[in-house]
Design a protein around this ligand. Structure first.
Ligand code: SF4
Ligand code: SF4
Length: 96
């Protein structure tokens, strides 16, 4: 019998089981006021983990941190400079 190695993709949608959100050292945060809802971040995210939602006529980007690897592409392509990358707490160094 063949064993499947953890992380191997052998069936459609199997990658969803592997939450990759803890791979990165940074994560994106959106400034909802600055966001125009243009969807550039949604289109360019290599991991399909940005969704632009609409709430009370305001559109803004929402991130799925379960799969976001913190690559920063969304922040790079944002024309409104509405996304900033924040270093995760566990990677912040204490300087005395
Ligand atoms: S940091 Fe990278 S993986 Fe995360 S939402 Fe932005 S583009 Fe997608
Ligand atoms: S690219 Fe920037 S302005 Fe456009 S939807 Fe994403 S966060 Fe909003």
């Amino acid at each position: 019998m063949i064993e499947i190695t953890i992380g191997a993709i052998s069936r459609p949608m199997e990658a969803k089981k592997n939450k990759t959100g803890d791979w990165g050292t940074e994560y994106p945060i959106v400034d909802v006021e600055k966001c125009s809802g243009c969807r550039s971040c949604e289109m360019f995210c290599p991991d399909l983990c940005v969704e632009v939602v609409k709430e009370n006529k305001k559109k803004y980007a929402v991130f799925n941190y379960d799969y976001c690897k913190g690559c920063g592409v969304c922040a790079f392509v944002c024309p409104e400079n509405a996304i900033r990358m924040e270093v995760k707490e566990i990677y912040k160094l204490e300087v005395e």
